[in-house]
Design a protein around this ligand. Structure first.
Ligand code: NAD
Ligand code: TYD
Length: 376
C-alpha cells in the first residue's frame, strides 16, 4: 500500500511515520509536510534513509501539488495530520488556521477525489483518514472540582489518580460546539471530510483525540514548555487558576490507535480516542515539577516557586474528557502506558535530548535541515 501521511514532521505525525515505516516494510510511506515552524525533520532522523520512506516538502493548500503527489506516488490511503495546532496562536492569527486547516483539508480531499475517481477501481481499496481533536466538541463543565472516581479508569490510567472532574464526557454523538479559532477550523475540516463521504462516496474516517504528550512535541505546548523552563529555572506561566482539566494520552498510544483504525475502522465512521486520564492543569504541573526535580537530582519541590499564575487564555475551555469506549469495544484498543510511566518517559526524553530542544528554542534547526534536504 502507498500511504501519504501529511504533517509527518510534526509531533504526532513523526510518531506515526516511524510506526508505519518500521511496521510495514512492504508499504511506501510518503510524508508530505510544509515544514512550518512546527515541522522538524530531526524528529525522523532515525528512519529518514529507509527504502520505504519518502519525504516531500509541500503545502497541503497547494491543490495542484497535492494532485501531482497523489498521482506520482499512486496513493491508496491518506492519513491527514498537517495542521496549525496551537490554540494560543489561533487566537492571535485565526486566518492562518482557516487557510491551513480548512482550505488545506479541502484541497487534499479534492485531490484525493480527482485522483481516485480517475482510476478504473475508483474508491475501492482507498481511504482518507482525517485526524481531529476533542476540542471540536467544546467545553465540559467542572461539576466535581475536587474530582470523583472516574467511571472509565483502566489499567492505563494513573495508579493513584482515577479522577473525573464532571459527570459528562464527549461521545462520538456529542454536538460540535467549538470555541477557539483552532477548534472552529478543525470542526470545519471534519465537516468537509464527512461531506466528501456523504456527497461523493469517498471512504473516509475521522477520529477525535484528547491532548497528547510525549517526545518530539514542539515546546510551545504545556508539557515540553514547562519541562524546558524548569531546566532553565524560568517561570512556569499557569493560565488563570490552573483549574482547567485536560485528558492526557501518550502519543505512541495515539499512533497505535490510528494504525488500528486505519486498518480496521469502518469507512464513514468516527471514533473518539482518549487517555481515560483527566488532570487539572495545576496538579499535572506539580507532577511534572516533581519528576523533573527528581531526575535532575534537585531536592523535592525545589522548582515549585517557578509556578506563576498569569492572565487566563481568552475563551479558555474548562474541561475536556473523552469517552473512548466505542474504540475499546469495537476494535479492542486501550492505552498501554500508565500515566506515571508515560510522564517519566517523557521528562527523561526531553532531559536526554537537550540538543533537540536547544536547536528549536534557538531557532537554527530549520536552516540546518533546509540545507540538508536541498537538492534531494
Ligand atoms: P504539530 O503542530 O506538532 O505538527 C503539525 C505539522 O503539520 C508540522 O510538521 C507542520 O510543518 C505541518 N504543516 C502545517 N501546515 C502545513 C501545510 N500547510 N502543509 C503541509 N504541512 C503543514 O501538530 P500535532 O500536535 O502533531 O498535531 C497533528 C494533528 O493532530 C493536527 O491535525 C491536530 O489538530 C491533531 N491533534 C493534536 C492533538 C495534540 O494534543 N497535539 C490532539 C488531538 C488532535
Ligand atoms: P496546550 O498544551 O496548549 O493544549 P490545549 O490548549 O490544546 O489543551 O495547553 C494545555 C493546558 O495548559 C490548557 O488548559 C492551557 C494550559 N496552559 C497553561 O496554563 N500555560 C501555558 O503556558 C500553556 C502553553 C498552556
Amino acid at each position: 500500500m502507498n500511504v501519504m501521511i501529511t504533517g509527518g514532521a510534526g509531533f504526532i505525525g513523526s510518531h506515526l511515520v516511524r510506526l508505519f515505516v518500521n511496521k510495514y516494510p512492504d508499504s511506501r510511506i510518503i510524508n508530505v509536510d510544509k515544514l512550518t515552524y512546527a515541522g522538524n525533520l530531526a524528529n525522523l532522523s532515525d528512519i529518514e534513509d529507509r527504502p520505504n520512506y519518502t519525504f516531500v516538502k509541500a503545502d497541503i493548500c497547494d491543490y495542484d501539488e497535492m494532485l501531482r503527489i497523489m498521482k506520482e506516488h499512486d496513493i491508496d490511503g491518506v492519513i491527514h495530520l498537517a495542521a496549525e495546532s496551537h490554540v494560543d496562536r489561533s487566537i492571535l492569527d485565526p486566518f492562518t488556521f482557516a487557510r491551513t486547516n480548512v482550505m488545506g483539508t479541502l484541497s487534499l480531499l479534492q485531490a484525493a477525489k480527482v485522483c481516485w475517481e480517475s482510476k478504473p477501481e475508483g474508491y475501492e481499496g482507498k481511504l482518507f483518514y482525517h485526524i481531529s481533536t476533542d476540542e471540536v466538541y467544546g467545553a465540559l463543565e467542572l461539576t466535581d472540582p475536587e474530582g470523583v472516581e472516574s467511571p472509565f479508569a483502566t489499567t492505563a490510567s494513573s495508579s493513584e489518580h482515577h479522577l473525573a472532574f464532571g459527570t459528562e464526557f464527549f461521545l462520538e454523538s456529542t454536538k460540535y460546539n467549538p470555541h477557539s479559532p483552532y477548534s472552529a477550523s478543525k470542526a470545519s475540516s471534519d465537516h468537509f471530510v464527512r461531506a466528501y463521504h456523504d456527497t461523493y462516496g469517498m471512504p473516509t474516517l475521522v477520529t477525535n483525540c484528547s491532548n497528547n504528550y510525549g517526545p518530539y512535541q514542539f515546546p510551545e505546548k504545556l508539557i515540553p514548555l514547562f519541562i524546558n523552563n524548569i531546566r532553565h529555572g524560568k517561570p512556569l506561566p499557569v493560565y488563570g487558576k490552573g483549574e482547567n482539566v485536560r485528558d492526557w494520552l501518550f502519543v505512541e498510544d495515539h499512533a497505535r490507535a490510528i494504525d488500528l483504525i486505519f486498518h480496521k475502522g469502518k469507512p464513514g465512521d468516527t471514533y473518539n480516542i482518549g487517555g481515560f486520564n483527566e488532570w487539572k492543569n495545576i496538579d499535572l504541573i506539580k507532577v511534572i515539577i516533581k519528576t523533573v526535580d527528581r531526575l535532575l537530582g534537585n531536592p523535592e519541590g525545589a522548582s515549585e516557586h517557578l509556578i506563576t499564575f498569569v492572565t487566563d487564555r481568552k475563551g479558555h475551555d474548562m474541561r475536556y474528557a473523552i469517552d473512548s469506549r466505542k474504540l475499546q469495544r469495537e476494535l479492542g484498543w486501550e492505552p498501554s502506558l500508565q500515566f506515571e510511566e508515560g510522564i517519566e518517559k517523557t521528562v527523561r526524553w526531553y532531559l536526554d535530548n537537550q540538543e533537540w530542544m536547544d536547536r528549536i528554542t534557538s531557532g537554527d534547526y530549520r536552516d540546518y535541515y533546509e540545507k540538508m534536504y536541498a537538492g534531494r
